[in-house]
Design a protein around this ligand. Structure first.
Ligand code: PEP
Length: 249
């Protein structure tokens, strides 16, 4: 793993949240309860980045975006470039989320070019990887994960990076991978990352909730969580943070 030893709990709001909901969330959430043990980040939709930025910083919460375009500026109607994210106060950007791979059709090559653009402007990508249920049942999980990680070949050494292992079948479904599956797969992902010269923090994602967070965050090789649905409510997100503090301290 990288120098960053704290677990990261990152909330992906997806296409949810308007200004009042963001204010209510921040009022209810309060401060990071244990900054020495856990880093917290939120990825609201683009429209909320600027308005949440300063307040989240004062709460000890990092800001991230859910996507970025792979060019610096120009005639790319509807796109957001890395500099705009930096301007809004972002540190992180989620890339390769399975919803963008499957619904928008993002390829591994496109994801790599977005990573390059992100690195150029000091953003830290959270690279999402994961297998479908069919791929797991066919026993090709590790082949798929290795293919998705292969985009890191030739990437600048030491470039800031977090990886999120998110089995597609566990995202938004209420199903979570077993602790055996999580431990085994994270070991493989760390081994691949090491082989590629980019060993970094690896998060687990897929229906993490207050009831399963402590167990999942205690698995060897798991260094945090990417949380979708349960990050929308301040109390469930805080419960996940507290469960993580318990797991790591
Ligand atoms: C996600 O969006 O990356 C995710 C893991 O969602 P959920 O927690 O809702 O499964």
């Amino acid at each position: 793993m990288s120098n960053e030893t704290r677990h990261l709990i990152a909330g992906n709001w997806k296409m949810n949240g308007a200004l009042q909901e963001a204010k209510d969330f921040m009022d209810a959430f309060g401060q990071n309860p244990s900054p020495d043990h856990v880093e917290i980040a939120l990825m609201p939709p683009f429209t909320l980045l600027h308005s949440m930025s300063d307040r989240l910083a004062s709460m000890g919460i990092m800001l991230g975006a859910q996507n970025v375009y792979n060019e610096d500026k120009g005639a790319f109607t509807g796109s957001i470039c890395p500099l705009m994210l930096r301007d809004a106060g972002c540190h992180y950007v989620i890339l390769g989320h399975s919803e963008r791979r499957s619904i928008i059709g993002e390829s591994n090559a496109k994801i790599r070019s977005k990573m390059n653009a992100s690195w150029l402007h000091g953003l830290e990508p959270i690279l999402c990887i994961g297998e479908t249920l069919e791929q797991r049942e066919n026993g090709v999980t590790n082949i798929i994960l290795a293919e998705q990680l292969a985009i890191l070949k030739g990437a600048p050494k030491g470039a800031p990076l977090t990886v999120a292992y998110e089995p597609v079948w566990a995202i938004g479904t209420g199903k979570t991978a077993s602790t055996e599956q999580v431990t085994e797969t994270h070991a493989f992902v760390h081994q691949e990352l090491q082989r590629l010269g980019h060993d970094c923090r690896v998060l687990y994602g897929g229906s993490v909730n207050p009831g399963n967070a402590e167990e999942l965050m205690s698995c060897p090789g798991v260094e945090g969580a990417l949380v979708g649905g349960a990050s929308l409510k301040a109390d469930s997100f805080m419960d996940i943070v507290n469960a993580t503090v318990k797991a790591v301290s």
